[in-house]
Design a protein around this ligand. Structure first.
Ligand code: FEO
Length: 171
């Protein structure tokens, strides 16, 4: 059975994963209407799907442990961006925020002595390490590319391969 503080904190995380999914959906949609960003577009559509799966995993866990997972209300995310670099900076910023929220949850699970939740959260700890690494690497690559259109072309062409080759889990 989940304690009230744990249930509330898990539901807050449900909201955050849903917001992530929406934020990346907006990034995919914006990228899709820019010329020549098919790779980036596909990347964010996929990223959005993954965040939804992170949300679902939490919902199922809360309900299976005797709690009640609340379907969150969502605000409209940022829908327009100054540049592709701006998109990836926001992506990294968002993932760092998610990581810090997961860390707080892990801490709470220990203070509440809820070891089942602590165990469940380890998947998210690993996932966040991977997501941060992907976001940071791609942001660094774009920093190198700067305003070089040829570089951006290659970045867009390689982004899905990068994900696959680097062993990004499709969760
Ligand atoms: Fe599920 Fe990328 O946070």
């Amino acid at each position: 059975m989940l304690s009230k503080p744990i249930q509330d904190a898990l539901n807050k995380q449900v909201q955050m994963e849903a917001e992530s999914s929406q934020a990346y959906l907006a990034m995919a949609s914006w990228s899709e209407i820019q010329p020549g960003l098919q790779g980036v577009t596909d990347f964010f559509y996929q990223q959005s799907d993954e965040e939804r799966s992170h949300m679902l995993k939490l919902i199922r866990f809360i309900n299976e442990r005797g709690g009640f997972a609340l379907t969150p209300a969502l605000e409209q995310p940022i829908v327009t961006f100054k540049s592709i670099k701006n998109v990836f900076d926001e992506f990294l910023k968002h993932e760092l925020k998610v990581s810090s929220s997961i860390n707080e949850l892990v801490h709470l699970s220990l203070t509440e002595k809820d070891y089942a939740t602590h165990n469940f959260l380890q998947w998210y700890v690993n996932e966040q390490m991977e997501e941060e690494r992907v976001a940071r690497t791609l942001t660094d690559k774009l920093q190198l590319v700067g305003d070089d259109k040829g570089g951006l072309y290659l970045f867009d062409r390689d982004i899905m391969n990068f994900r696959g080759a680097e062993g990004k889990k499709s969760q």
